[in-house]
Design a binder for this molecule. Structure first.
Ligand code: NAD
Ligand code: TYD
Length: 378
């Protein structure tokens, strides 16, 4: 395997930490640089187990700092970028859209321009280079939930031992038109367009992937799954937005990291790949699974925590349904989710219950203040 010098941005965050861990362990001959600003969502404790490896280095940097990033590209002779750094929480984007435009759009543009200047200055130019941008299914907008009781999906699924339901007959494909609704997804959509523009205009070897909702260890507990596991444990209310009928397609985070590895190495330049779990859940059904699992593991009577469910004001512009068709990735590159959802949620619940210290550290201080502000109005 050839030696490579790779920057992974956002490596101290949820998905990024799993990608960094996978690459550092699997490719000892690569130099892996984790570039992260360490916002409230970034936490180096996520990478304790690999921080002393000789092929790993952490650099604290803002992706909007063009000069510093350009210098780093030259100093480290970077030939690959896997870009995950972003502001990622929809509720925060509704309160503070400017930060999302700055990091997600201007930050991505800054990386693209620095990579362009550096790679174009080399004799071999773009030969052997990769700019891989990690995006979301939310850029496609929302699908209708026109089968509220669920139908057989038209594609192969490994999602659940009880079989899989689709809550509508439309899915997001790589060809689906962008139609973002939230400031978060609008900013991600804009960054995706810039990445593709750098391929089409300058010939930069880019790849974009759009993934569905991830779950698993190390997710910041403002997102549904870790927030609710922690609240159930501490008998705090579970704030369900609207009627809890919205549908999301959940993928175990290590399966996303495996897809990123496969696509970084074998994906076709200028292509888009959709990554999904074939695993649609209505929020309220998923919440009941979490309650059941936490109660069983903690030895509570079945249903003991159902009374924590608290219906609150709906999220503004709340997208009804996301559902990815990742047949292209399965057929062309042989990836598929490895875990059934029951297995994934069991592992996830156990991880959060076993790692209370991690949870206490990330929920202290600034985040706690934000959380109190956020739900004060409900
Ligand atoms: P996260 O919020 O957990 O982590 C984001 C990381 O980026 C943090 O470590 C943070 O410190 C860093 N960061 C933020 N602003 C930065 C800046 N200006 N400069 C440098 N670093 C900065 O996010 P996540 O859930 O791990 O998502 C990672 C990527 O995957 C994002 O691009 C997101 O849009 C995308 N994505 C996420 C999901 C999901 O379900 N979480 C699904 C599909 C796609
Ligand atoms: P989230 O984890 O924020 O991911 P996304 O908005 O990117 O899909 O939310 C997942 C779903 O859960 C979404 O439909 C909003 C809903 N939700 C709640 O009902 N209550 C909550 O406290 C949170 C954080 C989310």
């Amino acid at each position: 395997m050839a030696k490579r010098n790779i920057i992974i941005t956002g490596g101290a965050g949820f998905i990024g930490s799993h990608v960094v861990r996978l690459f550092v362990n699997k490719y000892p001959e690569y130099n892996i640089i984790n570039l992260d600003k360490l916002t409230y969502a970034g936490n180096l404790a996520n990478l304790k187990d690999i921080e002393d490896k000789p092929n790993y280095k952490f650099v604290k940097m803002d992706i909007c700092d063009f000069e510093a990033f350009y210098q780093l590209m030259q100093d480290e002779q970077i030939d690959g970028i896997i870009h995950l750094a972003a502001e990622s929480h929809v509720d925060r984007s509704i309160k503070d859209p400017f930060t999302f435009a700055k990091t997600n759009v201007m930050g991505t543009l800054s990386l693209l321009q620095a990579a362009k200047l550096y790679w174009e200055s080399l004799p071999e130019k773009y030969e052997g280079k990769r700019f891989y941008h990690i995006s979301t299914d939310e850029v496609y907008g929302a699908l209708e939930m026109n089968h509220p009781e669920g139908i057989e999906p038209p594609f192969k699924t490994v999602a659940s031992s009880e079989g899989h339901k689709a809550y509508g007959d439309e899915f997001f494909y790589e060809t689906t038109k962008y139609n973002p609704h939230s400031p978060y997804s609008a900013a991600k959509a804009s960054s995706d367009h810039f990445v593709r523009a750098y391929h089409d205009t300058y010939g930069m070897p880019t790849i974009v992937t759009n993934c569905s909702n991830n779950y698993g260890p190390y997710q910041f507990p403002e997102k549904l799954i870790p927030l609710f596991i922690n609240n159930i444990r501490h008998r705090k209310p579970l704030p369900v937005y609207g009627k809890g009928e919205n549908v999301r397609d959940w993928l175990y985070v290590e399966d996303h990291a495996r897809a990123i590895d496969i696509i970084f190495h074998n994906g076709k330049i200028a292509e888009t790949y959709n990554i999904g779990g074939f695993n649609e859940w209505k929020n309220i059904d998923l919440i009941k699974v979490m309650i059941k699992t936490v109660d069983r593991i903690l030895g509570n009577p079945e249903g003991a925590s159902l009374d924590l469910i608290t219906y609150v004001t709906d999220r503004l512009g709340h997208d009804a349904r996301y559902a990815i068709d990742s047949t292209k990735l399965q057929k062309e590159l042989g990836w598929e989710p490895s875990l059934q959802f029951e297995e994934g949620i069991e592992k996830t619940v156990r991880w959060y219950l076993d790692n209370q210290e991690w949870m206490d550290n990330v929920t202290s201080g600034e985040y706690q203040k934000y959380y109190e502000e956020m739900y004060k109005s409900n």
